[in-house]
Design a protein around this ligand. Structure first.
Ligand code: SAH
Ligand code: ZN
Ligand code: ZN
Ligand code: ZN
Ligand code: ZN
Length: 421
């Protein structure tokens, strides 16, 4: 799909040179597409690009994968194999071709219903950054959505939430539906074209073309009062601006489905993202607020729950719903602040001066009268810098902070907040 227009700036210079690069891969190693904005591209190079694209298509189309799936479920258990190297369900005729690959045998129906457990997470930080919800967080999200009365979930980059909904649907009398939009095409082996669209959330591109667009549009159309919510958990290294632009397009799609118009309402949304992006998200979505709930992950060493002795997760829910209705579990240490009219972490003390529960990270923050705001407990007021900061810091100010967390002293590639072991 479309590339994004970036600008290369060098320090001190006002204007940089503009160029096009891949929207989905933030590392040139993963996709080396590069073109200056004003560059003339020769016919030969265009042809070479097209050739390259043709050679890099997935081995099967979504439709073909669906036909394969139908055949796969008819196989006896002893013939149900999954190639771990190719991340593909195998039909007996294909065994030969994969004979020197590692594979799993006896793939059960239960495994087919939990593809996120079968597929290995694509952890490459600069592209997929696939970090799967811990079961507890996923359950919490789903029951919250149900309690809020939603019956349709547009799952954008949330395969595990989608999976939880899909498997509940088949087990019991459960009326919630989900449509997964994700760039990870491996999921097309497990879900129909009405359940999964191959989608890039950095440029709002549906790989399935107009038909996929239509699937999404239909899904967003609220029949019989079935209310829709969008839940998204994008890669944290992604550009907020690009994401926001795509999400606005999805919101517009929702708005466009209602003939009477949704008045001035916005499509309800949960955007799951680290708290240090709060101001960036609010820049694009002023109606959003950040909830204190800490979202936990399975395969992220740092972002697991604090109570297990690990670091606390910095990942939060941003939403355009009224904060008051987002009920957070008391047994996990959240309480309701009657002044703020929202649930907060137990450590988050209401500051009388700010008149708000100011902690972002769950620890108790302290008020600095000079800065006129609450700051992290580990900070102190530096008279040189005229603001609160870490005890250990050099007073020379660097203006350019890290792109990820906004803090000075390191670049995005070295951001401690993105690191995982
Ligand atoms: N916590 C979620 C997964 C979040 S990880 C869960 O457990 O369900 C980020 C997800 O976004 C992954 O599924 C990844 O495949 C998807 N993703 C990454 N880049 C994307 C892009 N450009 N467009 C759409 N989806 C993308
Ligand atoms: Zn294989
Ligand atoms: Zn409060
Ligand atoms: Zn305060
Ligand atoms: Zn201060």
């Amino acid at each position: 799909g479309p590339t994004l227009l970036f600008v290369k700036t060098s320090q001190g210079k006002e204007e940089g040179r503009r160029f096009y690069a891949c929207s989905a891969c933030r590392d040139r190693k993963d996709c080396n597409f590069f073109q200056w904005e004003d560059e003339k591209v020769s016919e030969t190079r265009l042809a070479a690009r097209e050739e390259y694209n043709r050679n890099h298509q997935p081995p099967f189309t979504h439709r073909q994968n669906m036909d394969r799936y139908k055949n796969f479920v008819l196989l006896p258990l002893s013939k149900s194999r999954f190639c771990q190297e190719c991340q593909q369900l195998l039909l007996p005729a294909e065994w030969e071709k994969h004979s020197d690959h590692q594979f799993l045998c006896d793939i059960t129906t239960a495994q087919l219903k939990s593809p996120s457990q079968l597929l290995y997470p694509l952890e490459n930080k600069k592209t997929n950054a696939q970090y799967l919800f811990a079961d507890r967080s996923c359950r919490f999200l789903l029951s919250l959505l149900i309690d809020l009365g939603f019956r349709r979930v547009l799952s954008v980059g949330t395969p595990r939430l989608h999976e939880m909904i899909q498997s509940r649907v088949s087990q019991e009398d459960f009326s919630v539906r989900s449509l997964l939009l994700d760039i990870d095409f491996r999921y097309s082996q497990f879900y129909t074209e009405d359940e999964f669209c191959h989608y890039n959330m950095f440029n709002h591109h549906f790989f399935g073309g107009e038909a996929a667009h239509e699937t999404c549009r239909k899904f967003l159309y609220e029949e019989n009062g079935e209310r829709v919510i969008m839940v998204t958990d994008p890669p944290f290294g992604g550009l907020v601006e690009a994401l926001a632009s795509s999400f606005k397009k999805l919101m517009a799609m929702w708005k466009g489905t209602e003939k009477e118009g949704h008045d001035n309402k916005e499509m309800p949304m949960f955007w799951i993202f680290p708290y240090f992006f709060e101001s960036r998200i609010l820049d694009f979505f002023p109606s959003f607020s950040m909830m204190d709930y800490q979202v936990d992950y399975d395969n992220h060493a740092l972002y697991k729950h604090g109570k297990t002795g690990r670091r606390q997760s910095p990942v939060r829910i941003f939403t355009n719903l009224t904060p008051r209705v987002i009920v957070l579990p008391e047994e996990e240490g959240y309480r309701f602040c009657t002044v703020c009219q929202r649930y907060v972490s137990s450590g988050n003390q209401h500051c009388e001066i700010c008149n708000s529960c100011t902690s972002k990270d769950g620890r108790r923050w302290k008020h600095c009268v000079l800065c006129k705001k609450c700051v992290k407990p580990s900070w102190f007021h530096c008279n040189n810098c005229n603001c609160c900061t870490l005890q250990k810091h050099s007073c020379e100010k660097t203006d350019v902070g890290c792109f990820v967390c906004g803090e000075a002293g390191h670049k995005r590639s070295a951001c401690p907040r993105l690191s995982h072991t």
